[in-house]
Design a protein. Structure first.
Length: 141
């Protein structure tokens, strides 16, 4: 017969229980320090995040002047483009007029065909109609 010593069994049970308790205590301590470390790292990450620059509404005379100049520059650019287009049309009309004066009607018709009549000013329309009339009179002769 085997006689088991109940004191030894109880002692080993206490040992296993103590071991489980110590391991659980170590895990709890590790979890606590990891959590505080994660919180601290999260705060450091917020420090490194760049915030968008704040827009200040300080209206200095220089910034107002620069804004006016920028607006004036874009307006002048649009005006310059319109004037160049108008000059190009006028140049075509003058070329057509010189062709009519030199009785080169085919060249005058070719130049007039390139002109978009919707973009003409009133004076340019009058000149165009006069040129068309002279070209038609020249063809009839």
């Amino acid at each position: 017969m085997s006689t088991n010593n109940p004191k030894k069994e109880n002692k080993s049970m206490y040992l296993y229980t103590a071991l489980i308790f110590v391991v659980a205590l170590i895990l709890i301590i590790l979890a606590f320090f990891s959590q505080t470390n994660i919180s601290r790292l999260g705060k450091r990450a917020d420090e490194f995040a760049t915030a968008p620059p704040e827009v200040t509404n300080t209206s200095s005379p220089q910034s107002d002047e620069l804004a006016k100049l920028a607006n004036m520059a874009s307006e002048l650019d649009r005006e310059n483009t319109a004037l160049k287009a108008e000059k190009e049309i006028s140049d075509k009309l003058f070329a057509a007029n010189s062709y009519v004066k030199n009785v080169q009607l085919a060249e005058a018709e070719a130049v007039i065909a390139e002109i978009d009549e919707t973009t003409l000013s009133d004076d340019q329309k009058i000149l165009l109609e006069d040129l068309k009339t002279k070209i038609n009179e020249g063809k009839e002769q």
